[in-house]
Ligand binder design. Structure first.
Ligand code: HEM
Length: 390
């Protein structure tokens, strides 16, 4: 197995990252035609220096793979990026997000009510997946009956990002994007005639220099919010629960002191980053760790490796809730810094508090082998079966 494929399949890719940081911190991968960047300083620069490292991938592949995402915020450079982002920042400020807290808590309790009596559940299917989907769907004004379709679409989109994020070219992916596009087009048309108090209606009403967003831009926003906001938060919850349950003393501590949770969530974000890699295109010739990268090259910034770089973090393979500072790059950096970070943090805090409070004696179902989602971008578990005292 070549070293990069190994990174997408192992539950523990961190020793491999370490070898790559030491031996080939900037590695050209012939098969995927991309420069892979592994050290913290280099990853930070690739993510934040948007003049040199463009996000405008167009149809050239990468995690957004053209299609619906080509005109979205995450695939745009300034000045368009700034304009698009200004339209949605209001909805995602920490203050706006805090107002969602009571509803998030209600959703968490409802989901736990369904499983609590059973004494077991699959954390991913029964809790970590539905929670962020319901939150974002309500924010976007999407009817509850349509939520199940989202899972299939986002699963297909994510599963197409195996092995360095190169599109696999299977029909399923194009089909899922087409269905998602059609669905959102219908939603947009409905909101045009019957606007509501939701994000889609607000985007429809918004204008940049007197012009409304184009239909591809509207579709890009919807698809991005759905995929970027769901899989990532699901995996943060799954990775957090796995990491906590591997350390029973930590579970006890968090059960006794919910105030310790935010720091523990930050450490999960560093330790098992839900997004392991991000793409860029070199807008000019550039040198990174001594390697000369020609203009037009594709780059993969390995966030998962940067967050374990011993040049930045003391004892990086230790899970340390007291780590300060903890300047992880799990939400990116610079102008594309995750718009949903305050929401993801709030959801994680509320969901994990509820879970730890409601389910005494929480444990992993011991006989199960855990499998990772096959993706070079998303880092998370397919399933996480749990039991508790009933
Ligand atoms: C951008 C990670 C949750 C919406 C990003 C980026 C990362 C990231 C690494 C930077 C992309 C780049 O530099 O190219 C995460 C993680 C999450 C999470 C780890 C959960 C733990 C969310 C949520 C939402 C969201 C809940 C929305 C509801 C976005 C958007 C962008 C973005 C719209 C693009 C911002 C821009 O290009 O200006 N996210 N995300 N994310 N994220 Fe998140």
């Amino acid at each position: 197995m070549d070293p990069l494929t190994a990174l997408t399949e192992q539950l523990d890719p961190f020793p491999q990252y370490r070898r790559l940081r030491d031996e080939s911190p900037v590695l050209f991968d012939v098969q995927r035609e991309a420069w892979n960047v592994f050290r913290y300083d280099d990853v930070q620069r690739v993510l934040s220096d948007h003049r040199v490292f463009s996000s405008q991938l167009g149809g050239s592949g990468g995690q957004r793979q053209g299609g619906l995402f080509a005109s979205s915020l995450i695939s745009t450079d300034p000045p368009r990026h700034r304009q698009l982002r200004s339209l949605v920042t209001q909805a995602f400020t920490p203050r706006a997000v805090d107002a969602l807290g009571p509803r998030i808590a209600e959703i968490a309790e409802e989901l736990l009510d369904r499983s609590a009596g059973a004494g077991e559940m699959d954390l991913i299917d029964d809790f970590a997946y539905p929670l962020p989907v319901i939150v974002i769907a309500e924010l976007m004004g999407i009817p509850a009956v349509d939520r199940d379709r989202f899972r299939r679409w986002s699963d297909v989109v994510v599963s197409q990002t195996r092995a360095g994020g190169v599109p696999q070219g299977s029909g399923g992916h194009a089909e899922a994007q087409a269905e998602m596009g059609e669905y959102f087009l219908g939603m947009i048309e409905r909101r045009r005639t019957e606007p509501g108090d939701d994000l889609i209606s607000r985007l429809l009403a918004a204008q940049i220099e007197g012009e409304h967003l184009s239909v591809p831009e509207l579709l890009g926003f919807c698809a991005l919010l759905l995929v970027a906001g769901n899989e990532t938060t699901t995996n943060l919850l799954g990775n957090a629960v796995l990491t906590f349950l591997e350390r029973p003393h930590l579970v006890e501590r968090l059960q006794a002191d919910a105030d310790a949770l935010p720091a523990a969530v930050e450490e999960v974000l560093r330790f098992r980053s839900p997004v392991q890699s991000m793409y860029r295109i070199a807008a000019q010739d550039v040198t990174l760790s001594g390697e000369q990268i020609p203009a037009g090259s594709r780059l993969v910034a390995w966030i998962g490796s940067a967050n374990h770089d011993e040049r930045q973090f003391h004892d990086p393979e230790a899970f340390d809730v007291a780590r300060t500072p903890n300047r992880h790059l799990a939400f990116g950096q610079g102008i594309h810094f995750c718009l949903g970070a305050p929401l993801a943090r709030l959801e994680a805090r509320i969901a994990l508090t509820a879970l730890l409070k409601r389910l005494p004696g929480l444990a992993l179902q011991s006989q199960t082998a855990l499998e990772r989602i096959e993706s070079s971008i998303v880092f998370g578990l397919k399933h996480l079966p749990l039991t508790w005292e009933n």
